[in-house]
Design a binder for this molecule. Structure first.
Ligand SMILES: [Zn+2]
Length: 479
């Protein structure tokens, strides 16, 4: 018994040695992805392929220190990286994360030539593609997504087009002559013109181009655009959101990342109650919302600082001093406009005034090609906060619009003392109108407040590039 056992062990060791020495002796299988041919390499019986396999599925890929990140519109798939593909295939841990929800899976890892390899079936399934192995080779196909409702909206200095799709899809954008072309990969829809009737976009075309759907939006030379996707959630379709207008500039601003300190600034406090309707006080609403947002962010690696975490007076100077440390500053308030029907959330960010705008435009060009590191830092100091704040405002708006009955509007302000010293992204959030009966009902309702706090917190996570949980914790999703 003993000898036999040792013999077996020796065999195994020899086999391992051979495998190590003959890296090329790995079995391979034919892999067909959306009609393109690849080779899958077998590690411990698990099929692996290079990142070009993900590209063929319309996913964008990026490798960080220990994670492969694949995005399909708003769907973010993260795979842990093991020491190599053998280890990745042998490991069966919570190596996969889809929109913040961890699940068991094999991990990514490098092959013999040092190239990054990802497990074929895991990635296909995460991207909602079908895998068929019945013919001996592996065939992966992604069913075509379907374009649903197309709607439009107006925000300050831009028009918004919302393309609803029945699942998350990868997208790309480019400008050709006077058209902004948004391509939805592997998507079907009817070719038709859509009326926006906005200030900046009147009408645009949707055209089927092979297995892609293209939205062709007329765009003027002095307009920029911003495209982002919101992941499908329970009962809510995936969306690709396109903003077009003079609010955006064509050149992307490089935003530098800093430790994620989020400063929450609950408005008013102490003797200053803010707006009061009956026994409802603005200072209480803002503090309770700040605490709710903090409770979601703090366990996810975000450092929270409050300008006040009790019912006390805080001077403007104290608030501004704290904002200097913020990667994100959120100043919380509530509005009131009696005798009007105004309602919903408003998100304000600081915009440069008209005179500064011209300088900033030149600065953006210079930032693309700075003469020195000092120039780059100076320019970034003046440019980044605007672009960053605008992006944060848009992310919060998109998340609040996803909430049932959620209404949100983004506006820019030419000055606001609470925001002007914040070096990074800074927004004022008016949580609702105390003058609106509907808004008051939402503001005093704990579960409605929880949903909104979550929308805001998740937008901050998204802005900071941190994983965003896919669903509300109340649905019992494992973390
Ligand atoms: Zn206020």
């Amino acid at each position: 018994m003993k000898a036999a056992k040792h013999g077996w062990l020796l065999c195994l060791m020899l086999f391992a040695l051979l495998c190590g020495a003959l890296g090329q002796a790995i079995q391979s299988r034919d892999l067909t992805v959306m009609g393109s041919n690849f080779k899958a390499l077998m590690y411990n019986g698990v099929a692996y392929a290079g990142l070009d396999f993900a590209t063929a599925l319309g996913l964008e890929s990026r490798i960080t220190n220990n994670t492969v990140i694949l995005t399909q519109g708003g769907r973010v798939i993260r795979l842990d990286i093991a020491d190599n593909a053998y280890a990745g295939a042998a490991r069966w841990t919570n190596a996969l994360e889809i929109n913040g929800v961890r699940q068991r899976s094999t991990a990514a890892g490098t092959g013999a030539d040092g190239k990054m390899l990802i497990p074929v079936k895991t990635v296909a399934e995460a991207a909602k593609a079908n895998t068929d192995e019945s013919g001996g080779n592996i065939v992966v196909n992604l069913p075509q997504a379907i374009l649903g409702t197309v709607s439009s909206d107006k925000t300050d200095q831009s028009d918004r087009i919302v393309l609803e799709v029945d699942r998350d899809v990868g997208f790309a954008s480019r400008i050709e002559k006077n058209e902004l072309i948004i391509t939805l990969r592997f998507t079907n829809g009817s070719s038709a013109p859509y009326q926006v009737g906005g200030k900046y976009v009147d009408i645009f075309d949707v055209k089927q181009n092979a297995n892609k759907l293209e939205a062709r939006i007329p765009i003027k030379p002095d307009f920029g655009f911003n495209v982002f996707a919101v992941a499908a959630a329970q009962g809510i379709p995936a969306r690709v959101i396109v903003d077009v207008g003079p609010r955006f500039t064509r050149l992307a601003v490089a935003l530098d990342s800093r430790p994620s300190v989020v400063v929450l600034d609950p408005g008013h406090g102490g003797a200053d109650a803010g707006i009061v309707v009956g026994n409802l006080r603005e200072k209480d609403i803002t503090l309770s919302m700040a605490r709710r947002i903090a409770a979601i962010l703090a366990p996810r690696g975000v450092t929270i600082k409050y300008t006040r975490d009790a019912d006390k007076a805080v001077s403007l100077e104290e608030r501004q001093n704290l904002s200097l440390k913020a990667a994100v500053l959120i100043s919380l308030h509530v509005s009131s406009m009696p005798n009007t029907t105004a309602s919903g959330t408003e998100i304000f960010y600081l915009s440069p005034d008209a005179a500064a705008e011209g300088i900033l435009d030149k600065g953006r060009d210079a930032l693309e090609n700075p003469k020195s590191e000092r120039d780059r830092k100076l320019l970034a100091r003046f440019l980044a906060p605007r672009a960053a704040s605008q992006r944060l405002a848009d992310l919060i708006s998109a998340r609040i619009l996803s909430v049932p009955e959620g209404a949100a509007q983004v506006s820019s302000l030419s000055n606001h003392t609470a925001l002007e010293r914040a070096p990074k992204a800074a927004v004022v959030l008016e949580l609702g109108y105390m003058s609106s009966e509907t808004d008051r009902a939402v503001l005093i309702n704990p579960s409605e407040s929880a949903i909104r706090a979550e929308a805001i917190a998740y937008a901050v996570l998204e802005y900071l590039g941190k994983p965003v949980p896919a669903k509300t914790p109340t649905t019992g999703q494992p973390r």
